[in-house]
Design a protein around this ligand. Structure first.
Ligand SMILES: Cc1cc2nc3c(=O)[nH]c(=O)nc-3n(C[C@H](O)[C@H](O)[C@H](O)COP(=O)(O)OP(=O)(O)OC[C@H]3O[C@@H](n4cnc5c(N)ncnc54)[C@H](O)[C@@H]3O)c2cc1C
Length: 406
């Protein structure tokens, strides 16, 4: 059976999530990150990595561990809230209720933190993202909203280490999983991470997804001046602005249903759609959505004691307006992500049956989740994956590099 022995194996077997953690972990500058339009941001190795497995040890593509006691379907959670940014402008600009931006503002303005490390549109190539450090309300607001395209926020963790004051980090669940592993044996990073925020995530479409959508709206790549995926209302539209001032948009539902076809296969194997390794994780309160024109509402999962303290202070200081919610609400709002988690055990089993290296997720209770499915659905999770793996000839390295494609 093929095994994952190097970080190069993670990439070649299609398991890389593109977080940028290996770039940060390598103190020999042997890793650079390249942008591949069909798949995402991936490491390329410029030095001799033969005997070094440092970055494999912190690679969430290879392994994500959940510590602590057995947890419910939403993962380890201390409190569940529902609500929005109190400031109507922050709420309007945000993807759902603007809670991530509001918490960032609280941390900057009253929480003694110096910067927020997160992801934003790359102004020189707006169909891509770049990692940014925001230090003001203007920057936070300009960079709010989800970007359904590859991002590698861990590549900016050096600025966190070097910053005088602690920082907020915002990333996808796989990014915060990398951060959790990186900080374990990096005391500087550990001390300087003031708060780690994440969001619910169904997977990251490749850049080809964005460019195909822009093309369908009549925009050639070089004419694009701005890409917005959502926000400015709930859920907000996918919008392209061109250099000549023209623009076009697609509804969120329409654009997301097209973009999902460009997610990497690895995203189908992710049991962590609800951001279990962050201090606080936010997502859409879809169960409360009643139609267009409604102001955004988020679900807020508090994962750690630190998250609990910061959220309480942000509420008291008037940055967020929240009411208690429940795990039942999370399961109703995020049925797709819950269903994906229930299927992961069967999908991984299919990979192992074909001797294809699979990621490991100790502590997620995946067998328990899978056992909740009917017998027919359990069988389908295995047989359907076997079919996909055969179609892709996935027993060969590089077989899983192409996006979803069924
Ligand atoms: C790829 C992707 C898939 C998602 N899937 C789901 C889903 O299935 N269900 C669900 O409820 N929610 C999903 N979300 C999250 C959702 O879109 C909102 O981010 C969430 O509801 C929080 O909204 P907010 O208004 O509090 O955030 P905002 O106040 O708008 O702040 C968003 C923050 O996220 C950061 N960010 C945006 N895009 C990225 C990115 N690609 N990588 C790293 N950081 C980024 C921004 O820099 C900003 O700081 C997804 C988001 C992304 C990027």
């Amino acid at each position: 059976m093929a095994r994952i022995e190097t970080i190069g194996d993670v990439v070649d077997w299609g398991l890389c999530v593109g977080c940028g953690g290996c770039f940060h972990a390598c103190d020999r500058q042997a890793v650079e990150l390249v942008h591949i339009p069909q798949t995402g941001i991936r490491p390329r190795f410029t030095g001799d990595c033969e005997n070094c497995t440092r970055c494999l040890d912190i690679c969430p593509g290879h392994r994500i561990e959940l510590n602590g006691s057995a947890t419910g379907e939403a993962g380890p959670v201390l409190e569940i809230w529902q609500g929005h940014a109190s400031d109507p402008e922050v709420r309007y600009k945000g993807s759902s209720g603007g809670v991530l931006s509001a918490l960032s503002l609280y941390c900057l303005e009253q929480g003694g933190m110096g910067q927020v490390l997160h992801s934003a549109m790359d102004p020189t190539e707006p169909w891509k993202n770049r990692t940014v450090a925001s230090r003001s309300r203007t920057e936070i607001l300009a960079r709010s909203g989800s970007r359904y395209a590859p991002s590698s926020p861990c590549d900016g963790l050096r600025t966190v280490e070097e910053s005088a004051a602690p920082s907020v980090f915002i990333g996808k669940p796989c990014d915060t999983a990398a951060v959790a592993m990186l900080r374990r044996d990096n005391p500087d990073l550990d001390r300087k991470l003031g708060l780690v925020l994440s969001f619910f995530c169904a997977g990251t479409p490749s850049t080809d997804g964005t460019l195909t959508l822009a093309g369908a709206l009549g925009f050639e790549t070089q004419k694009i001046r701005e890409v917005r995926y959502r926000g400015e209302g709930w859920p907000g539209d996918f919008k392209i602005l061109a250099g000549d001032g023209s623009s076009a948009s697609l509804s969120y539902m329409d654009s997301w249903s097209r973009l999902t076809k460009y997610r990497p296969f690895r995203c189908n194997l992710c049991p962590d759609g609800l951001g279990a390794t962050a201090d606080i994780s936010c997502g859409d309160a879809w169960h409360a959505y009643e139609g267009g024109g409604q102001a955004g509402t988020s679900l807020v999962l508090v994962r750690t004691e630190l998250g609990r303290v910061v959220l309480r202070k942000a509420m008291e200081a008037g940055y967020v307006t929240l009411a208690p919610s429940s795990e039942g609400a999370v399961l109703r709002a995020q049925a797709g992500l819950v269903d994906r988690k229930r299927n992961v055990f069967g999908r991984l089993l299919a990979m192992r049956m074909m001797a294809i290296p699979a990621p490991r997720f100790p502590g997620f209770g995946l067998f328990r989740c899978w056992a909740q499915l009917s017998l027919a659905r359990r069988a389908r999770s295995v047989v359907g994956t076997l079919r996909r793996l055969v179609r892709r000839r996935a027993w060969k390295k590089n077989g899983l590099l192409e996006p979803n494609a069924g």
